[in-house]
Design a protein around this ligand. Structure first.
Ligand SMILES: [Zn+2]
Length: 120
């Protein structure tokens, strides 16, 4: 059985676009490295009379940064999967070299291992 590459390529591209849109709402691309995104602090008046308000802003920035890192890691996995499609190595378990089950790819098109080698 051969896997439906164009189908998974479409899923990956859609996911990539969704992640890029989410990242664009959270931060900006590092000008020195276009694959690196950085969270930006919320655009507000930086002169703060109230210390609590400043602390809230720091906390909010930290949570945005954490979300940003998660999205960026996911984006890297998606990009790597698209590269595997280009290299004709998509859908191959990176541990055992066997074909990854199609339902596993359906659940996670960026999967790099078969079910037997699934790492938690
Ligand atoms: Zn395997």
């Amino acid at each position: 059985m051969t896997i439906d590459i164009p189908h998974f390529k479409m899923l990956l591209q859609n996911e990539r676009e969704r992640l890029l849109r989410e990242l664009a709402g959270l931060g900006h691309v590092n000008p020195a490295n276009v694959s690196d995104w950085e969270a930006t602090p919320e655009d507000r008046d930086t002169m703060r009379a109230d210390k609590n308000e400043a602390a809230d802003a720091v906390e909010e920035y930290e949570s945005r940064a954490a979300v940003e890192v998660t999205l960026e890691n996911h984006l890297q996995n998606i990009t790597a999967a698209l590269e595997r499609i280009e290299n004709n190595t998509y859908g191959v378990c990176r541990i055992g070299g066997e074909a990854i089950e199609e339902d596993r790819l359906e659940a996670n098109p960026a999967a790099t291992t078969c079910k037997a080698h699934l790492e938690e």
